[in-house]
Design a protein around this ligand. Structure first.
Ligand code: BG6
Ligand code: MG
Length: 218
């Protein structure tokens, strides 16, 4: 089946909010006196806010009310970082690829676990480049479950085999593969090695070259 749509993860694919998520978690961890390194943060990529907090706490038990307050605190730090974002904060090549996909008559959706995704795409000035948005409010089961991408495909009116998912997180690549999508992994082999195509980033990526590299049966 030919490819008819692309579903893009946001954080770490279209913009470097992955760094802001790291800084916000790091600030919280420092305040709680919990060791937290960039290597620890890798396990949080693509993972929901709640699951991320539980991983950061490394088994320390807190009452539900405290967990909620800690998530709120981290999100407050994160919102402080993204408030400064402008269209200049798109990663190289990302806007150009989105536009090329749309000009080719293919559909585009956002497939981000973030509850802040709509605010980020507004600040980046790319909200109108998506036919559909699936975000942290769209489904209950988060990545690595395939639900978010399946929801995005449904919004586009496409089946998974007609869609390519672009992801930077191990959990996101797994979610897309489980859902039966074609997957482009952005980042190092050890993180996105299971994707059909692996790219360091989206700079200088041309749509026709990308499609030619996918194992799509026509
Ligand atoms: C994902 C990020 O896109 O969204 C994760 O990769 C983040 O790092 C998750 O935890 C949830 O984001 P938010 O903005 O709802 O806390
Ligand atoms: Mg990501």
């Amino acid at each position: 089946m030919p490819i008819k749509g692309f579903i893009f993860d946001l954080d770490g694919v279209l913009t470097d909010t992955a760094e802001y998520h790291y800084r916000a978690w790091k600030r919280l961890a420092d305040e709680l006196d919990i060791p937290f390194t960039r290597a620890d943060n890798e396990a949080l990529r693509g993972i929901s806010r709640r699951e991320s907090l539980l991983l950061l706490l490394k088994g320390r038990a807190y009452p539900e009310e405290t967990l909620r307050k800690l998530m709120e605190r981290k999100n407050g730090y994160y919102l402080g970082y993204i408030r400064e974002m402008t269209p200049q904060d798109m990663l190289p090549g990302a806007r150009e690829l989105l536009i090329e996909i749309r000009n080719a008559g293919l559909k585009t959706a956002l497939g981000s676990a973030s509850k802040n995704a709509r605010e980020v795409i507004e600040r980046l000035g790319i909200a109108e480049l998506f036919d559909a948005v699936a975000d942290g409010y769209s489904v209950t089961r988060q990545k690595p479950a395939p639900d978010l991408f399946l929801h995005a495909a449904t919004l586009l009116g496409l089946s998974p085999t007609e869609c390519v998912v672009v992801e930077d997180a191990t959990a996101g690549v797994e979610a897309a593969l489980t859902g039966g999508f074609y997957v482009i992994g952005i980042g190092p082999q050890e993180r996105v090695g299971k994707a059909h195509v692996i790219l360091p980033d989206l700079s200088k990526v041309r749509l026709d070259q990308l499609l030619a590299r996918l194992p799509v049966s026509v």
